[in-house]
Ligand binder design. Structure first.
Ligand SMILES: Nc1ncnc2c1ncn2[C@@H]1O[C@H](COP(=O)(O)OP(=O)(O)OP(=O)(O)O)[C@@H](O)[C@H]1O
Ligand code: SF4
Ligand SMILES: [Mg+2]
Length: 367
């Protein structure tokens, strides 16, 4: 069986914040992007939940404190020389602000040419022109309109599509897109999202779509992983999670989506005032904000349980439900076996998957 395209295993990442203080940005994260059919996986959650940290780890720009990030079965932290170069070509990034990706003193062609020269050196000028035109064409951009323009002469949407074309130039296997449409006019957002979908459908490029916007996520994603304070609280196929959310946090997130129907009330955004002290006692991190909290929830951090909706949710409301991975085999963005879920549920103190006695995930080592 071929290795997954990308796999995060028991990943923990913390950052120092001031003297002797650390913030746990990610805790015990398992995620896999299969090597078969291309898929788009959304990583969602509120600000500070660890989305970008996850993206930076997947890109190899950060290394986990504990756990592993593997690309095609190989530990990204161990890649050197040609294999590191191949990883850098295969996994491309798109960031939130397309304006910052371009040098304002050069036409946008510059970044496209530099990319080609770095990763596919030795082409003559005509070869470069053909490659660039081809990549722009794949994004439905007219080279006559785009080439020769400086960044300020193009819209945010056009620049973001040029960034997608830059990524496409290298025929990557995976694109990590961190809030790629959040700074773009609503009218152009749909075009960029359509481009992303097409990169998956026509060109077989998988994507991690990092966003706090569940509406756009629904338009393009196959599956979703929801983070809360650095932990996965719910994961599963996009439709199942959004149509039948099982974790109270996911339910509140969905209620907070603006309603297109004017007769429906726009529910207030999630109250972020509560919960600053949560987690300190070792209970459910969402306890302070949870409308369904119980005494039980103070005892331990809930592991991921299989839910009746064929998703997994880190919530004690589901601990009596069927344990095990979702029955569907397509596009589930997590690892885990039946035994693992049962072990997690029965572990002393009901720690999060992979957690040690110190509350930090252990490196599970090769499967
Ligand atoms: N380089 C860093 N140094 C210190 N703390 C960091 C660093 N990067 C991230 N953090 C902290 O880690 C946590 C997760 O940050 P991250 O940027 O991953 O969140 P996010 O979900 O992407 O948020 P946003 O939606 O605002 O982009 C936050 O508490 C953040 O302050
Ligand atoms: S474990 Fe308890 S506090 Fe946490 S989300 Fe579930 S019901 Fe709410
Ligand atoms: Mg971020």
């Amino acid at each position: 069986m071929s290795a997954d395209l990308l796999e995060l295993r028991g990943v923990h990442k913390s950052f120092s914040r001031g003297f002797r203080k650390r913030v746990d940005a990610l805790q015990g994260i398992d995620l896999r992007v299969g090597a078969g059919e291309a898929q788009i996986i959304t990583i969602a959650g509120e600000s500070g939940s660890g989305k970008s940290t996850l993206g930076m780890l997947a890109l190899g720009f950060l290394t986990p404190d504990v756990g592993e990030v593997r690309f095609r079965g190989r530990d990204v932290g161990q890649l050197r020389g040609r294999s590191l170069r191949e990883f850098r070509r295969s996994v491309q990034a798109i960031f939130q602000n397309p304006f910052s990706a371009f040098n304002p003193f050069y036409p946008v062609d510059h970044v496209l040419r530099l990319t080609l020269r770095n990763f596919a050196p030795g082409q003559d000028r005509a070869g470069e022109e053909a490659g660039i035109s081809d990549a722009l064409g794949a994004l439905h951009l007219n080279p006559d309109v785009i080439l020769g323009k400086h960044p300020h002469q193009l819209s945010g949407g056009q620049l973001q599509r040029v960034m997608l074309a830059r990524a496409f130039l290298l025929r990557p296997e995976l694109i990590i897109a961190d809030e790629p449409v959040s700074m773009i006019d609503a009218s152009l957002r749909a075009v960029v999202l359509a481009n992303m979908l097409e990169l998956r459908e026509r060109h077989g490029i998988s994507q991690l779509y990092i966003t706090h916007d569940l509406s756009t996520a629904r338009q393009i994603s196959d599956s979703i992983l929801i983070l809360y304070r650095g932990r996965v609280v719910e994961a599963g196929s996009m439709d199942q999670v959004l149509d039948s959310p099982q974790h109270p946090y996911t339910q509140l997130l969905i209620q907070a989506i603006p309603q297109a129907d004017p007769t429906k009330r726009w529910l207030a955004p999630l109250d972020r005032q509560h919960g600053e002290a949560a987690d300190a006692d070792g209970g459910c991190p969402f306890y302070q904000r949870c409308p369904q909290r119980m005494e039980r929830c103070l005892a331990a951090v809930p592991p991921l349980y299989a839910t009746p909706a064929d998703t997994r949710a880190a919530c004690f409301l589901h601990e009596t439900g069927p344990a095990g991975p979702p029955s569907s085999t397509t596009a589930h963005p997590f690892t885990g076996t039946q035994a693992q879920v049962e072990d997690d549920a029965g572990a002393p103190g009901n720690q999060a998957p992979g957690a040690t006695d110190h509350g930090r995930p252990a490196d599970r080592g090769p499967a």
